[in-house]
Structures are given as C-alpha cells and as structure tokens.
Design a protein around this ligand. Structure first.
Ligand code: UD1
Ligand code: UDP
Length: 359
C-alpha cells in the first residue's frame, strides 16, 4: 500500500504558530506517513518566517514557493499557481490549511478544485465585516473544507448559521495555545524586558498591522497617543513591516520604543510580563486571554468574541483617542477572567483523534 501523505500549507507569521503543534502531533500519531510542509513565503523576512520555523520546531519546508508581497490578486494568484504544481505532482491524502491569510485562500481554492480534502484549522471565526480581507479568506476556506476545526462555541455557532453540516464541524480548542503551553517553559524565564533595563512587569506592549489602522490617516494619531502614554509607562512596540513602512517620522515619538518584529519566545516573554497590551492582532488577543494579561484591541470589531466575554480583551473601537484608557487600567484591579474551554494545550491531539480515525 502507498504511504499516506499529509500536506501542511503555511505562509505568514501566525500560520507557523497555529500549525506547528498540528504537524508535531500527526507526526507522532502517524510515524509511517509522509508529512510535507509547504511554505508559500507570503512572509519572507527572517524575523517573520525563519525564526518561527526554528523556535517552534516546524519541520523544514520541503517546498518554498517564493510568493512574496503584492496586491491581493497577485499574491493569491502566485500562491495558487505554484501550489497547484506541487499538489498535482504528488497529491496528498489530506491537507491542512490554517487561519485567514491570503495563503489560506489560495490553498483552499487549489485543493478543492483538485479534489484534495483539506482541514481548516481555526475555522468559523467571523468579524461580519467583509471589508477585511481575512473575512473573505475565512469564508472561502470554511465553505470547502472537509474538516472544520473550531476553537470556540462562537465559531461553531457561526458555521451552523451558515448551514454547514454538523458532521464537518469539530470543536477542538486552540492550537495557538498548544504552542504557547509547549514553549512556556522556554519563554517564562527569559524576562526580556528586564534584560533591556525596562521594568520587569511594567511595560505596555504594542502590535499594530491591520490596513484599516496603519494604511490610512490614523497611524500618526496612534503614535502621538502612545508617546503620551510612554511619558508615564514604558511602551514597547515591535513593528510589523507593513507598519514600519508607514511611520514617517519616528523621531516625533522619542519615548516609544520601536523595535523590529520579535521572535516568538522574545515576544511571548514581553507579552506574559506586560502590564497591558495594545493590539489589532488576532493571535495576541487570544494569547493575552490565556495569560491573563489585560488586552486592548484597537479595532472596530473582533472575530474572537470569546476573548471579551470570558477573557481579558476590551475592544476600544478604531479610536486612538481611547488609548489613554490603557494607562488608567495599569495597577487597577484586574477584571475577573476565565480561560475559554478547550484552550488547554491539547487541541492538536483532538485534531489528530478526528483525522487519524478517518484516514
Ligand atoms: C498578513 C495577513 C494578515 C495577518 C498578517 C500577520 C493577508 C491578506 N493578510 O498581513 O491577515 O494578520 O499577515 O502578520 O493575508 N512585508 C515585508 N516582509 C515580509 C512580509 C511583508 O516587508 O516578510 C511587507 C511588504 O511591504 C508587504 C506588506 O508587508 O507589502 C504586507 O504584507 P502582506 O503579506 O501582504 O500582508 P500583512 O500586512 O503582512
Ligand atoms: N508575534 C511575535 N512577534 C511579534 C509580534 C507577534 O512572535 O513581534 C506573534 C504573536 O505572539 C502571535 C503571532 O505572532 O503568536 C500573531 O501574529 P500576527 O499578529 O502577525 O497575526 P494575526 O494573529 O493578527 O493574524
């Protein structure tokens, strides 16, 4: 009998965090199968790509597709053309596609058209805002997936409302949290803030990269507000390259520590020790909920409502004028919060339970 083959498609920073534990668990459960990682290289700078492969222990990608940056159509089309060749040359029995980036969309379309079943990891999230590219990518990835792996009841409810058959939907928990739990013994002792002479438990950590915030006129106002916060509390901002390209005059914000994007372990060390986090990242909203760190989301909506209902997340709106509220929250009594069900480090095991039985 031919060896079973599983294909894992990744391309951007959050994909590595979501996929690494899935690959590791399936390698453990199916040692005789072939496990092939394809990296579209939608993200290609080492600090958004290689450092994650190394720190997370993702197997070296067998295929690198050199897709790079471009418009949505260019990026998606390049990923589709190049992934299609890989899949046609040796079709897998099952593929895994994570999250909601353009790589996710490209992979879903290629796989469904070639008749290759795939699993969507982090299925069912909805912002109900179709001006967000991620919303389009998620809807398409969910529509055609054979297995829809959801991380919360909210996500399951969204899928059911869209009429997706219950047999395809599996509530398994959050694979990003699997990665966090596995690497916690490595990042906890780092105390990166203390190492660069910042108060060990007192910083405001910032990540912002959504087009709605950084591509338009709001970014200078955000930075001015952060400068005001930074005059009282240290503000550390590892800057995504999309955002970096749009910060015209960094010298206007002398107290905001603008850093390059950080590796996972260094970033998680800062996140775990932070007094508060300001973000528009999806993954960071989830990690802070798990870590119990106050999180302020500078977006109109979140597709992760469980982080506001149970967790530590407060959605500020797309409103930089509310940034000073972060400073007020520091030192205040922390709100009651709970870790969402099944965010326990074992989501990948549940994914493997489902697919191994059916393969
Ligand atoms: C992408 C995802 C977004 C996700 C984010 C995670 C889409 C539509 N967006 O946004 O959902 O939250 O990744 O980080 O897929 N660039 C570099 N080096 C790189 C990669 C990008 O300099 O390695 C710069 C380029 O100027 C590029 C810009 O960043 O044009 C944006 O990159 P892109 O992949 O299009 O989208 P992100 O903003 O990274
Ligand atoms: N992250 C990181 N270094 C950074 C910023 C983020 O390691 O400088 C991690 C973060 O902890 C999370 C993931 O990258 O695990 C989230 O990726 P990103 O914010 O780029 O994407 P999103 O989650 O918004 O799609």
């Amino acid at each position: 009998m031919a060896r079973q083959k599983l294909l894992y498609v990744v391309g951007a920073r959050p994909n590595f965090v979501k996929m690494a534990p899935v690959v590791a668990e399936l390698q453990r459960r199916l040692p005789d199968a072939e496990h092939v990682v394809v990296h579209t290289e939608q993200h290609y700078d080492p600090e958004l790509s290689e450092i994650f492969i190394d720190q997370l222990g993702l197997p070296e990608p067998e295929f690198r597709l050199d897709v790079g940056s471009g418009s949505h159509a260019q990026q998606t089309a390049r990923a589709m053309e190049r992934l299609e060749e890989v899949v046609i040359a040796d079709p897998p029995d099952l593929a895994f596609v994570p999250g909601d980036v353009n790589t996710t969309l490209a992979a879903a379309l290629v796989l469904v058209k070639l008749g290759v079943p795939y699993a969507h990891v982090e299925s069912g999230l909805r912002s109900f805002d179709r001006s967000m590219p991620e919303e389009i990518n998620r809807i398409v990835a969910d529509e055609f997936a054979e297995y829809l792996f959801a991380h919360s009841e909210d996500a399951v409810a969204n899928l059911r409302k869209e009429g997706i058959e219950p047999e395809r939907i599996h509530l398994v928990g959050n694979t990003m949290i699997d990665t966090l739990c596995r690497l916690e013994p490595l990042f906890r002792p780092l105390h990166v803030a203390a190492g660069v002479r910042l108060p060990p438990l007192g910083i405001v950590l910032v990540t912002l990269h959504r087009p709605a915030l950084v591509d338009g006129a709001l970014l200078p106002t955000v930075l001015e507000q952060l400068q005001t916060v930074a005059e009282r509390t240290p503000v550390v901002f590892p800057v995504h390259p999309r955002t970096r390209a749009r910060i015209a005059a960094p010298e206007r914000y002398p107290d905001v520590r603008l850093l390059p994007p950080l590796g996972y372990l260094e970033f998680l060390s800062l996140e775990a020790d932070a007094a508060a986090v300001l973000t528009d990242s999806g993954g960071v909203q989830e990690e802070t909920t798990f870590l119990g760190v106050p999180c302020f989301t500078l977006r109109a909506v979140t597709e992760r409502p469980v982080t506001t209902r149970l967790g530590t997340n407060v959605v500020l709106g797309l409103d930089p004028a509310r940034i000073p509220e972060i400073a007020d929250a520091i030192g205040a009594d922390r709100r009651e919060h709970r870790i969402p069900p099944l965010w326990d480090g074992r989501a990948s095991e549940r994914i493997a339970d489902v697919v191994v039985e059916r393969l």
